[in-house]
Design a binder for this molecule. Structure first.
Ligand SMILES: [Zn+2]
Length: 230
């Protein structure tokens, strides 16, 4: 069984770590600690994957929870029992597009959950989100489906996206594109799934598609140049 740290390392190397992660399991301390370690790795000045060098300024600031581009979303006061929609609105307009850790995502109320959904669908810059919760039942189902799940129970594991199969024929590819566009498939997850076992030529195309996605090129065009061009 590969430990979680190695799994994270592999996922980062293979470009298969999503921008929205959901940490699940009862061990709250372990989840919180790993969230900070992973964030340190993602911001590390030495780019040491997956948990950072723990020596550079970014790594130190992340571990002390004072890195300016990493924020924590929690109920507004100690007494408040939920995270409200206004807080998600504030999150969206926070300057500098910081990344977010939500240590108790189960406290998001339904309106806040729905608002967060939109944010996860349209991350800005290299923004990432780590939601932490005891189990999937405690969170809005659509929110769960937008996140890559990391299980801390038993043998900890990262859920890797199952790739959508790419058909051989041009005609079938056309209908696949139509289907994906219609169903509003989460393109990021789709691309993550295709990274595994991709030839280097296809990997180059995937990287191009990710660039296009950042430039808000429309989904249909991205898929057409990915799947139909020679
Ligand atoms: Zn570092």
């Amino acid at each position: 069984m590969i430990d979680l740290k190695t799994q994270f390392k592999n996922a980062i190397q293979d470009n298969r770590l999503g921008h929205a992660l959901l940490f699940l399991g009862e061990d709250s301390q372990k989840k919180q600690k790993t969230a900070l370690e992973l964030a340190a790795g993602l911001f590390c000045e030495q780019k040491v994957a997956p948990f950072g060098c723990q020596e550079c300024l970014s790594c130190k600031q992340v571990s002390e929870k004072r890195y300016p581009y990493l924020r924590f979303l929690e109920p507004e006061t100690e007494e408040a029992s939920e995270i409200k929609i206004g807080q998600i609105r504030d999150l969206k307009t926070t300057p500098g597009n910081p990344s977010w850790i939500i240590p108790h995502a189960e406290l998001l109320n339904p309106q806040a959950s729905n608002a967060l959904l939109k944010t996860l669908e349209e991350p800005r810059g290299n923004q990432f989100f780590i939601l932490i919760a005891p189990n999937t039942r405690s969170i809005l189902a659509t929110l769960v489906s937008r996140c890559q799940r990391i299980f801390f129970k038993g043998n900890p594991s990262i859920e890797l996206p199952t790739p959508v199969e790419i058909p051989e024929s041009h005609l079938e590819r056309l209908s696949l594109i139509e289907k994906l566009v219609k169903s509003k498939t989460d393109i990021k997850t789709l691309l993550l799934g295709w990274h595994k076992d991709a030839s280097w030529q296809f990997k180059e195309k995937l990287l191009q598609a990710e660039q296009d996605l950042k430039r808000h090129v429309n989904l249909q065009l991205i898929l057409e140049s990915l799947l139909l061009s020679k």
